[in-house]
Design a protein around this ligand. Structure first.
Ligand SMILES: Nc1ncnc2c1ncn2[C@@H]1O[C@H](COP(=O)(O)OP(=O)(O)O)[C@@H](O)[C@H]1O
Ligand SMILES: [Mg+2]
Length: 414
């Protein structure tokens, strides 16, 4: 054997270089470096330690009386979240919302990462989603795991849940003729949740998801960060944001907000559907006619954010947008349409009488539907997370913030 073939053999062989490990709360992550040919490769091994779980007690929930928080770690080498119940590899970001980022992962799951919320608030959001799922099966994504990302400086909370195909907003933009079916499905869900005095309170078409099932589109609610539900006499509320002005539950609140949002922000709605939506948004406030799509003077509803305070006003009760009112109006609309009156009049689908036709003029939206967040100046040592508008601790030097993932990392990947 000459010297050249020996070198050749060595080049093909696997040569072990070293192994480095780091311990996180529950597990040890080791990276083995080896050489194959001229390439150095790294292999990540995760060694699970004895469980060191956080237990949250919620006594008034029967079967949910103990909620288990897993600790997650973020595997920097493979871009994944690791929990006891399975490793999730990130496929892509689905977008950043009010409180963090939502990732699509393997196993048809999504991971909602939440920063800047207290543990109590997070717990409320999770409990509400679990309770909604329990009360009306498949009305929201099933939760598979909840936890805290321990190896991240911000220590975000995490919800691992069932993945849906896309937002209702997306599919309604592609096919606005689907609006009546969409409203029927969400009204049915809300109707079944009425005994629990459930309000979503941030009800817009990007907080509803859909899944194709055969050739049927099934809608489901998400994002319970503002929601409110009463179970066994105990109230669960996602946020205290509306506490001063609002009752937990108003029968007509959520659908009024949704109809407003869909009517105003969905392009190319067929005219009869637009008229139908505008009729739903026409109702009396203390004997004065209110057309919510135009604003209802003296109430200011010029912009999306105004709907939150408007709909929390006790005087605002829209009989057309209670779940029952909506379902009745949809039945009528689908059976008879709205055209059976003389010129300039249409049938009000909830009142079932002829009323003047609302104008079809489309108002150009001034803003896009967003969840209200208070503006903030950050104290010393903290900085604003532009995605969440939360003050977060600055990264401890020498760590720097990755602007994409917003995690504190040793160095930015290039
Ligand atoms: N279960 C899910 N399946 C697929 N996409 C989801 C799911 N949950 C959330 N998303 C996507 O992430 C976005 C933000 O999630 P959301 O729960 O509304 O958070 P935020 O409180 O930040 O608004 C949604 O509008 C949707 O596009
Ligand atoms: Mg949302």
């Amino acid at each position: 054997m000459d010297i050249h073939s020996v070198v050749g053999l060595v080049e093909l062989a696997y040569a072990f270089i070293d192994v480095t490990c780091k311990d996180t709360f529950e597990r040890r992550i080791c990276v083995e470096r080896s050489v194959k040919g001229s390439e150095t490769t790294e292999q990540v091994n995760v060694v699970r330690h004895k469980s060191n779980k956080l237990w949250i007690r919620q006594n008034s929930f029967s079967e949910l009386s103990v909620m288990e928080f897993s600790t997650f770690t973020h595997d920097d080498y493979a871009d994944g979240f690791i929990s006891d119940k399975g490793d999730y590899r990130i496929i892509r970001d689905l977008g950043s919302g009010t409180f963090g980022t939502v990732y699509q992962t393997t196993k048809r799951r999504v991971i909602k990462e939440i920063v800047g919320m207290t543990r109590a608030q997070f717990q409320q959001e999770v409990m509400i989603q679990m309770k909604v799922y329990e009360a009306v099966p498949n009305s929201c994504p099933k939760i598979h795991d909840v936890g805290v990302l321990e190896d991240d400086y911000e220590r975000p909370f995490i919800i691992v849940m069932e993945q849906f195909d896309n937002t209702a907003q997306k599919i309604l933009q592609q096919n606005p003729a689907m609006i009546p079916d969409f409203l029927r499905q969400v009204a049915r869900i809300l109707q079944k949740l009425e005994p629990f005095e459930f309000n979503h309170r941030d009800f817009k078409s990007d907080n509803v998801m859909y899944k194709m099932e055969g050739d049927k589109v099934r809608f489901a609610l998400i994002d319970f960060g503002f929601a409110c539900i009463t179970v066994g006499g105990k109230k669960y509320a996602g946020t205290t944001y509306f506490k001063k002005t609002a009752k937990c539950f108003r029968k007509s609140r959520d659908l009024a907000q949704m109809v407003y949002e869909v009517e105003r922000y969905t392009p190319n709605i067929p005219e009869n559907i637009r008229t139908f939506l505008r009729l739903l948004l026409t109702f009396d406030i203390n004997g004065t006619k209110c057309e919510m799509f135009k604003g209802c003077p003296p109430h200011k509803i010029d912009e999306w954010l105004d709907t939150y305070t408007f709909l929390d006003n006790d005087a605002v009760e829209n009989p057309n947008t209670t779940p029952e009112g909506m379902l009745r109006a949809l039945d009528f609309f689908e059976e008879h349409g709205i055209e059976a009156c003389k010129n300039g009049f249409v049938v009000h689908p909830a009142k079932e009488e002829c009323v003047p036709k609302p104008s079809a003029e489309v108002v150009t939206p001034k803003d896009k539907p967003v969840t209200p967040v208070a503006s903030k100046k950050c104290p010393e040592g903290k900085e604003l997370n532009p995605a969440t508008r939360r003050c977060i601790k600055k990264c401890p030097p020498p760590k720097v913030r990755n602007p994409k993932t917003r995690r504190c990392v040793k160095k930015l990947k290039t």
